[in-house]
Design a protein around this ligand. Structure first.
Ligand SMILES: *Cc1c(COP(=O)(O)O)cnc(C)c1O
Ligand code: SF4
Length: 528
């Protein structure tokens, strides 16, 4: 008896609360104690038996949770099942002592489990809708393979050509006729497309076209690759091409001291309908001269502030392996260059381009100084077993693969679509890096734009709900990348900061560092 008393004295607050829930007075709503149904008695008996002679805590937590629920809902306390307060107290203490981190039974039942339950509620609608609202190319794989069979037979592409970069480029879909042969398009869309392709070049690889779900109006892959009438109607007043005012040397864009881009080609395997560089890309393919590359590299050699070079385009993987190797080698030979990044969409548009020679080149350079590959995936639908495999292989050769998505109306502008994108790419060896608010600079795609705040709500909704490693930064490009996140510091109370948890709105006080101590107090060992 003494034993139990002293035990109760050191019972933590959560366990005391739990015992009040179990043995305290009933909720006012529940007046009479019902007779115990036999089934319930048997259930509790079984639960209780499973807690005996075991060092496992799971059954104990199950028993306490169930008893708590029964007391709350039916006003039947544990004694009614022949389980005394004393017995439960001993059980609670036994398991508190067993626990590696001293977690108490009350802590688990009354705190941890309700917190997890609340957390689960926050993702319930996502889990319910993710596979219908935003199916990945992996989930759609059977249907995509049907598309592949159809496209192969209509365009007369054999297996070897299909699974090769050159075959994919040779058969790329670059006319309205070809597109309407492989996808049944309504006549109104064909008219729009005919009008748009007079001003905009269309090109998609047969593989990328196979991701389009033909029975879906406004398929997100179709919208990214097939120009529409809006692009003609929205043209308005041409603005100067982005970064025309940020090019200190040929092929170079720079607005930061430590990092710049080399636009190493203007070619891409497909042309995106939302391309930021639309003024230079997708009009006419150009082969750049050696002197242009030399100018660019010399600028980098002569500017020792620069440490990180982003090789973009167009699409860096459109360059032949030999050229990629030469550029990386030239950069590796410059002492002040410590990092290289390559921008490419090819793993999602033409994954077969990622050949073993390219991987060796990347790996060799990565051994000298880190190489990162930066890609652009805007929907989970673009991740198939094939592109996932390409990313897996790339990720083994470089130090990281990062994704820069563009927030696009009708394509990825819902919470479910964006969460699904970020989770799917994370599972595909790619780290979500940026989400760009679609730029105002190109009136051609005003119809794709999403308000800043809407995007911010979508990105911020990820905090506390999906892996932190899958949460990108939300950015506006305006002569540099400007973060668009809202501050979670909402006020001050005395010397405390008041913060808001983005996932629950709950406010928490956070004592700030003492500004006086910070500014004036030196480390003891640094005195004198
Ligand atoms: C995007 C970009 C960079 C790289 O920016 P990070 O924030 O380092 O990824 C550098 N220079 C230019 C011109 C760019 O457009
Ligand atoms: S891959 Fe990049 S550069 Fe090429 S068209 Fe698409 S957005 Fe533009």
């Amino acid at each position: 008896m003494n034993n139990t008393n002293s035990a109760e004295e050191i019972m933590d607050q959560f366990t005391r609360e739990l015992f009040e829930d179990l043995f305290g007075p009933a909720d006012e709503k529940i007046s009479e104690i019902p007779k115990i149904p036999e089934k319930l008695a048997l259930e509790i008996d079984a639960l209780f038996t499973s807690t005996k002679d075991t060092e496992r805590t799971g059954p104990v937590i199950d028993l306490f949770s169930r008893l708590k629920k029964i007391k709350k809902e039916l006003n039947i306390s544990p004694d009614a099942f022949g389980i005394s307060k004393e017995t439960l107290t001993l059980l609670a203490f036994k398991h508190q002592h067993l626990d590696e981190h001293g977690v108490t039974v009350g802590g688990r039942v009354n705190r941890a489990l309700p917190i997890v339950e609340q957390a689960n509620e926050r993702v319930a609608d996502y889990l319910k809708n993710k596979d219908t609202e935003a199916p990945s190319g992996i989930e759609l794989w059977d249907r995509i393979q049907e598309n592949v069979r159809r496209i192969k037979s209509i365009l007369n592409i054999d297996d070897d050509e299909w699974s090769s970069y050159s075959g994919q480029l040779r058969h790329c879909i670059d006319s309205v006729e070809k597109l309407s042969n492989i996808i049944d398009l309504p006549s109104q869309i064909i008219e729009e497309l005919t009008r748009a392709t007079k001003s905009y070049r269309m090109r998609l690889t047969p593989y990328y076209a196979s991701l389009i779900q033909p029975d879906r109006t406004n398929d997100p892959v179709l919208l990214q690759s097939v120009p529409t009438g809006e692009m003609v109607d929205n043209i308005g007043i041409e603005m100067p091409p982005v970064a025309a005012d940020h090019s200190p040397a040929r092929l170079i864009d720079q607005f930061y001291p430590r990092v710049l881009t080399i636009k190493a080609t203007n070619m891409c395997a497909m042309y995106c309908t939302h391309c930021l560089r639309i003024a230079h890309i997708g009009k006419k393919d150009r082969i750049y001269s050696d002197s242009a590359y030399e100018d660019a590299l010399n600028y980098i050699r002569n500017n020792t502030h620069i440490r990180d070079v982003l090789i973009t385009g167009g699409d860096a993987f459109v360059l032949p392996n030999r050229m990629i190797k030469n550029i990386l080698k030239a950069l590796d030979d410059i002492d002040h260059i410590k990092m290289k990044r390559l921008g490419t969409r090819i793993p999602v548009t033409t994954p077969w381009r990622v050949d073993s020679e390219l991987l060796e080149i990347l790996e060799e350079s990565n051994d000298k100084k880190p190489v990162r590959v930066v890609t652009q995936i805007n929907t989970a639908q673009e991740i198939t077993p094939i592109s996932k495999n390409a990313f897996k292989r790339i990720s083994k050769s470089v130090s990281a693969v990062l994704n820069q998505a563009v927030l696009l109306k009708g394509i990825n502008d819902t919470k479910v679509k964006m969460w699904k994108l970020c989770e799917t790419i994370q599972e595909s060896y790619v780290r979500p890096y940026y989400i760009f608010n679609c730029s105002y600079r190109n009136p051609q795609f005003a119809h794709f734009r999403v308000p800043i705040e809407k995007g911010r709500d979508i990105v911020e909704s990820m905090y506390g709900n999906i892996s932190g490693d899958a949460i990108p930064r939300y950015i506006a490009t305006a002569g540099g990348k400007i973060p668009l996140h809202r501050s979670n510091v909402v006020g001050h109370e005395g010397s405390d900061i008041v913060m808001k948890k983005p996932w629950s709105g709950e406010k928490v006080r956070y004592p700030d560092a003492d500004p006086d101590e910070y500014a004036n107090k030196n480390f003891s060992f640094a005195k004198n």
